[in-house]
Design a binder for this molecule. Structure first.
Ligand code: SF4
Length: 256
């Protein structure tokens, strides 16, 4: 029988601990598929954050590192500088990156560190009990904002893909989501492009993935997929925010 679909080769078969309907599992799978397709198993290093994903270190058969809270970009800096031929992937959630680790990611982008950041934005602290995150939407309920986030108390949701795109050290920044099959395909293309650019030695590559957290949002998995479209994408629009590689391509063509 012809095999038309199978688990990524680097998957160990160990089940993840994510809740049903969580976007993390889809994103993890896309990363694994791209590593397989690019035949980078021996060169890939995945740096996990503190958050729901950090206990899934046994699910992929590649080198991995569990980082201190928010410090993935600092660890990634050392990892990539010491091993420039490696594919270094810094995986972070919104609490880990934008709250605890805001200084780390900003300075890594300012320095133009040449690794890829996969930023999982589900607009809430999932692991610790649905507290408000820096990316929580205005009016969105959280356990620490029972009436919904208010500007007067907490300011505005942070748009990381746009913020980092402002820095010259970031060569590629795109926002995608995994709430429909069509969007999953686009998300995979963005992740693959980021990895390819990293392996060419470009600057920081950043992919923000809007992800479902049905548990933290107190809704069904189906409703959570819809909620991404009806609420999140208005504040966090999908698409390429910055792509300096077009200029590089033109330079390459002109040099031929
Ligand atoms: S709490 Fe949210 S982010 Fe964490 S595993 Fe469950 S659905 Fe996913």
């Amino acid at each position: 029988m012809k095999v038309v679909y199978e688990a990524p080769k680097i998957n160990t078969g160990v089940p993840t601990t994510y809740c049903g309907g969580c976007g993390h599992g889809i994103i993890n799978r896309l990363i694994a598929e791209v590593i397989d397709e690019m035949e980078l198993k021996e060169k890939a290093v995945l740096l996990w954050p503190i958050g729901c994903s950090c206990v899934n270190v046994n699910t992929m058969d590649i080198d991995q590192l569990c980082c201190l809270h928010g410090r993935g970009p600092a660890s990634g800096t050392g990892m990539k500088r010491a091993n420039p031929d490696n594919l270094v992937i810094v995986y972070q959630g919104d609490g880990d990156m934008v709250s605890e680790g805001m200084a780390e990611i900003m300075h890594a982008a300012i320095r133009g560190e040449k690794f890829t950041v996969i930023f999982v934005n589900n607009a809430i602290y999932g692991m610790t009990g649905a507290q408000m995150a820096p990316t929580t939407l205005l009016g969105q309920n959280a356990s620490t904002a029972p009436g919904g986030r208010q500007v007067i108390n907490s300011g505005y949701p942070v748009k990381m893909a746009e913020l980092l795109a402002e820095l010259p050290g970031t060569v590629y920044s795109e926002r995608v989501t995994v709430n429909t099959p069509a969007n999953i395909i686009k998300a995979k293309k963005a992740i693959k492009k980021a990895f390819e650019l990293q392996m060419k030695g470009e600057g920081m590559t950043f992919v923000e993935v809007l992800s479902m957290c049905p548990t933290g949002w107190s809704m069904s998995p189906v409703k959570a997929c819809e909620w991404v479209d009806t609420n999140m994408t208005e504040i966090f629009p999908l698409g390429v925010v910055k792509d300096e590689t077009e200029g590089l391509k033109q330079q390459e063509e002109a040099a031929k």
